[in-house]
Write a protein that binds this ligand. Structure first.
Ligand code: GCO
Ligand code: MN
Length: 388
C-alpha cells in the first residue's frame, strides 16, 4: 500500500499557470465551453490546494491597455491574497503574442517600432514581477517565427531578439531586481516555424548574450514531443548545463498540433523518467504545470488536483526504483564494468595518450558483456503498473 495519500504540500513546490485555469476551451474549430475564471479566483483555488505558487502573463491578471488605477488596484488585491494565503508568484511572463500588433513577431518583427513596443511591455511586466517578488521571468516566443521564409533572414531575427534581451538584462540590473530570464523553446505553433525550437538551440543562443549568467531555460514536455524528441533527455541537457530554471510539465502525443494535455495523461513511462530526473539531480526550481483542462470540463480543478497527484505518485515510484534490489543489482553490474579504467580519459597527458594507443581493449571480449535491458525495462514497467 502507498505510504501516504499523495496530498500536495507547499514543500512540493507545485505551481500552475493562471492562463491554464483561465482557458475556456476554445480551439480553432470550436467556441468556448466554460466560463473564464478571474485571476483572483484561480490563485485562491491554487492556495487552497496547497500549491506553492502561481505563474502569470501580464494580461492574465491585468487587461491589455488597463489604466494605471485599475492596474494598481489589481496588484494590491493580488498582493493581499498572497499575504493572506502564503502563495507565491513564482514565474512571470509577458503576453507578446495575443494582440494583433504581434502578428509578425514581437522581438523578431521586422518593424523596430513593434520590437520597441514589445520591449516596453516586457519592462512593465518586469516591474510587475518585481512587485510580486517573482524571480523567474520567462520568454516564450509564441509569435517569433515565420510562415514565409522569404519574409525575414533568421540571422537578422536572432540579432533583433539578442539586442532586446541584452537591453532587458541591463534594465533588470539597473533596477537592482533579483530576476533571472528563462527562455521557453517550442518548434512551431502558433507560427509555422518558431525560432529557438529546442533546448539545444536555446542553450547555444544564451551563450551569445551579453549576460549569459542571467539567462536560463524553461523546457516544456509538450514542446519537446511536438519536435519528436525525448523530454527526459531534453530536460537533462538543460540540467547538465546548469540552466534548468523552471519546468513546464504536461502531456502531448508526438509530432502533432499543440495538445497541452495534462501531465502523465499520455505517456506514463516518459513522465516517470522526467520526475525521476528532477528527483535524482535535486532540481531546486518549482514544478510548473502548463496544460489545458479538457474542453469537456466545466472547471479546472480536477485538472489541477490530478496533475499534482500524478507527480507525487511518480515520485513515489522513483523512490521504489531506487529501493528495488533487483534493479540496483543490475545497475551495479552494468556500471561497475572495468571500474579500474573509469576516469582514465578524464585527464590528458601525452604519456596517457601513448599508453591508450597501445592498450589491449579486445572488442571481441567486450561484446560478450551481458546487458539485461529487457529485464530492466520490465521491472520499471512492473513498478509503474503497481506489481512490485
Ligand atoms: C504554449 C506555451 C505557453 C507558454 C506561456 C508562457 O502553449 O505553447 O506553453 O503556454 O508557456 O504562454 O509564456
Ligand atoms: Mn509552457
Amino acid at each position: 500500500m502507498p505510504s501516504h495519500d499523495y496530498a500536495p504540500t507547499r514543500d512540493d513546490r507545485f505551481a500552475f499557470g493562471v492562463w491554464c485555469l483561465q482557458n475556456r476551451g476554445r480551439d480553432p474549430f470550436g467556441d468556448v465551453t466554460r466560463r473564464e475564471f478571474p485571476a483572483l479566483e484561480c490563485i485562491k483555488g491554487l492556495a487552497q490546494r496547497n500549491c506553492y505558487g502561481f505563474e502569470f502573463h501580464d494580461n492574465d491578471i491585468i487587461p491589455f491597455g488597463a489604466s494605471a488605477t485599475l492596474r494598481d488596484q489589481i496588484v494590491s488585491d493580488i498582493k493581499k491574497l498572497m499575504a493572506d494565503t502564503g502563495i507565491k508568484a513564482t514565474m512571470a511572463t509577458t503576453n507578446t503574442f495575443y494582440h494583433p500588433v504581434f502578428k509578425d513577431g514581437a522581438f523578431t518583427s521586422s518593424d523596430p517600432a513593434v520590437r520597441l513596443f514589445a520591449t516596453q511591455k516586457v519592462m512593465r511586466c518586469i516591474d510587475l514581477a518585481a512587485e510580486f517578488g517573482t524571480e523567474i521571468f520567462v520568454f516564450w516566443g509564441g509569435r517569433e517565427g515565420v510562415e514565409v521564409d522569404a519574409s525575414k533572414d533568421p540571422i537578422s531575427a536572432a540579432g533583433w531578439f539578442r539586442d532586446s534581451l541584452n537591453f532587458l538584462c541591463e534594465y533588470v540590473r539597473s533596477q537592482g531586481y533579483k530576476i533571472k530570464f528563462s527562455i521557453e523553446p517550442k518548434p512551431n505553433e502558433p507560427r509555422g516555424d518558431l525560432f529557438l525550437p529546442t533546448v539545444g538551440s536555446v542553450l547555444a543562443f544564451i551563450q551569445t548574450l551579453a549576460h549569459p549568467g542571467m539567462v536560463g531555460i524553461n523546457p516544456e514536455t509538450a514542446h519537446i514531443k511536438m519536435a519528436g524528441l525525448n523530454p527526459y533527455h531534453e530536460f537533462a541537457q538543460a540540467l547538465d548545463a546548469g540552466k534548468l530554471l523552471d519546468v513546464h510539465l504536461n502531456g502531448q502525443k508526438p509530432l502533432r498540433f499543440d495538445q497541452d494535455l495534462t501531465f502523465g495523461s499520455d505517456d506514463i513511462k516518459e513522465a516517470f523518467y522526467t520526475v525521476k530526473l528532477l528527483l535524482d539531480h535535486k532540481y531546486q526550481g518549482t514544478i510548473g504545470f502548463d496544460a489545458h483542462p479538457y474542453r469537456t470540463e466545466s472547471d479546472p480543478w480536477d485538472f489541477v488536483d490530478r496533475s499534482m497527484r500524478t507527480y507525487l505518485i511518480l515520485r513515489e515510484k522513483a523512490r521504489r526504483f531506487a529501493e528495488c534490489k533487483e534493479i540496483q543489482d543490475i545497475l551495479k553490474e552494468l556500471h561497475g564494468a572495468h571500474a579500474e579504467l573509469a576516469g582514465y580519459a578524464k585527464s590528458f597527458s601525452k604519456e596517457a595518450a601513448a599508453k591508450l594507443k597501445s592498450m589491449d581493449l579486445n572488442p571481441e571480449a567486450l561484446v560478450s558483456r551481458k546487458l539485461p535491458y529487457e529485464r530492466l525495462d520490465q521491472l520499471v514497467t512492473e513498478i509503474l503498473l503497481g506489481v512490485i
